[in-house]
Design a protein. Structure first.
Length: 334
């Protein structure tokens, strides 16, 4: 049995809006057993007064003497905060180093938005305790129609109903939890994909559609719109999606990177912690960013960030079904 006591932390339990200041936390076998003041003394006395547990009920748990001799580790966390693990609801866990980085940022679960076999392996290894990193909930690959505007397009292209069947089969076989779609799938194939996914109980999330009315997607149960920039431009249409029960992940930070890096001359090395990234990743980011800049400049894609943010806000006027995500490791998102 492993036992830890964190001492003098400030704790947010999220059960109410208060912060428990200067609190000790006793963790046994990976689970919080007790919170309260002066648990060190409590543990040392073996039979101290019961301390209120997380659920507010006093219980009669007592430390056993053998766990105190050498097996209890103490960590003074004075002045620090203890919070439940955060969930990054839109990310791309594409590099080994990211696992520890997520944890260092307090992120203990991720919703991975483009999954390959590697992610299925990462997820299994994490659950087995063989990988240090957050729990992974993942889509399969990104499915799209032909879209020449995407530089180095590595998405899976849906050209036939057989491709849809293959996508669903691959998703289920690898334990992925939803399908991710990009907006250029042909309307009839998109309808077919939505129908088949629904039959299989697979949610469909992504960048909506350029070729099909967004309301049609909503009616077909499209589960989640990723990015404020994927929302329709008219307020009534956004309201329709919100009221249809669709979820929404604004990924505010990545919406801001486009104008910043493509048009406003911001450079990646200006980013706080850029220097902390592995060198190969810094190069990777610079290369990808160069391609993104070329592509958007040549297409003249120049979104007004205030308009994009405004669409997200409109959605939130009609729904609280939104999730917070970063879109890391898109270049510029740490
Ligand atoms: Zn993304």
């Amino acid at each position: 049995m492993k036992q830890y006591i964190l001492t003098h932390g400030n704790l947010l339990t999220m059960r109410d809006r208060t912060i428990k200041y200067d609190t000790d936390i006793l963790i046994r076998d990976g689970k919080i057993q007790k919170i309260g003041r002066n648990l060190t003394a409590f543990a040392a006395q073996e039979a101290a007064e019961p301390v209120n547990g997380l659920n507010g009920e006093a219980d009669a748990w007592r430390c056993e003497a053998d766990t105190l001799n050498g097996e209890t580790k103490f960590l003074d966390i004075s002045g620090r905060y203890v919070i439940p693990g955060l969930i990054d609801s839109h990310c791309h866990y594409d590099a080994d180093y990211m696992g520890k980085m997520f944890l260092a940022c307090g992120v203990t679960s991720v919703r991975n938005m483009r999954g390959y076999k590697r992610h299925a392996e990462y997820a299994a290894e994490t659950l087995a305790g063989k990988r240090t990193g957050p729990y992974i909930y993942s889509s399969g690959p990104i499915y799209d129609g032909e879209d020449p505007s995407i530089p180095d397009n590595s998405n899976e292209i849906i050209r036939t109903e057989a491709d849809v069947e293959q996508a669903i089969e691959y998703t289920i076989r690898n334990g992925f939890l939803w399908l991710k779609t990009y907006p250029s799938i042909e309307p009839e194939l998109y309808r077919y994909l939505l129908k088949r996914a629904r039959q299989q109980g697979l949610p469909v999330c992504g960048h909506m559609s350029k070729k099909l009315d967004d309301k049609v997607l909503a009616d077909a149960g499209y589960y989640c719109c990723e990015h404020s920039s994927s929302l329709p431009s008219h307020k009534a249409d956004i309201r329709y999606l919100a009221e249809a029960g669709m979820w929404f992940t604004p990924t505010q930070a990545v919406c801001e990177t486009l104008p910043d890096y493509v048009w406003n001359g911001k450079m990646l090395p200006e980013l706080e912690h850029f220097k902390d990234l592995p060198e190969c990743e810094r190069e990777n980011w610079e290369n990808r960013n160069r391609k993104i800049i070329e592509s958007y400049r040549s297409q003249g894609v120049r979104p007004d960030i205030r308009v994009v943010i405004g669409r997200g806000r409109t959605f939130l006027e009609y729904s609280n079904r939104f999730m917070a995500g970063t879109d890391c490791a898109y270049p510029g998102i740490i």
